[in-house]
Design a binder for this molecule. Structure first.
Ligand code: FNR
Length: 179
């Protein structure tokens, strides 16, 4: 099965992007991850651009969503919310319905104690509005992420590794149910 991985951070040395890469390395061979690199290329969402001829970057995102079996999102928190670029990307999928019943793991990570819990709550609300199948095992908040990921993006926290293994299983189960 194929999972689209999205980092909510555009920062070059983003912890969330490194976390996505660590998750991709940890995944069993049956799960192929594709890293979405286009979040920063999407125009600001407006229904005016979302007619019969949406921008190519939007069509590319929708095509990726249509051709993958699930989505994994790792996001930081900015000012108690999800980064605008991530919300913008999600807004582009409202009309296309490409998140509808899609199995999704929603992860937030922060160097602070809160783990981006407010961004996480906001992300869950948005995914609910999109009709996503948010996996229970995939709802993960990671506080003090800098202590759980080393400079080479190795996962240092056995409990987190165990949680992620459960996410992989949940993705596979949802895929088997759809088959
Ligand atoms: C932050 N950060 C932050 N962290 C948090 O837990 N709650 C918050 O509300 C905010 N707000 C915030 C605003 C702005 C403008 C910045 C630059 C940072 C800290 C943030 O979690 C930290 O910089 C992360 O490392 C960002 O994630 P990436 O880019 O490393 O993935």
């Amino acid at each position: 099965m194929r999972i689209l991985a999205i980092s909510g951070s555009l920062r070059a040395s983003s912890t969330n992007t490194r976390l996505v890469h660590a998750i991709m390395r940890l995944a069993p061979t049956e799960i192929e991850f594709l890293m979405y690199e286009g979040l920063g290329d999407l125009p600001h969402f407006t229904p005016d651009l979302d007619g019969d001829n949406p921008p190519p970057s939007v069509l590319a995102l929708r095509q990726l969503l249509r051709t993958t079996d699930g989505v994994l999102i790792c996001t930081p928190e900015y000012a108690f919310g999800v980064p605008g670029s991530l919300k913008n990307g999600l807004d582009w999928t409202v009309s296309s319905g490409d998140f509808s019943v899609k199995p999704v793991a929603a992860i937030s990570a922060s160097p602070l104690w809160g783990g981006g819990d407010k961004a996480h709550a906001s992300l869950l609300l948005t995914l609910t509005a999109l009709g996503a199948n948010i996996l229970e095992e995939g709802k993960i908040i990671i506080p003090m992420v800098n202590k759980k990921l080393d400079a080479e993006s190795n996962l240092l926290d056995p409990a987190l590794v165990e949680n992620l293994q459960a996410v992989f299983k949940a993705f596979q189960q949802s895929n088997n149910q759809q088959a």
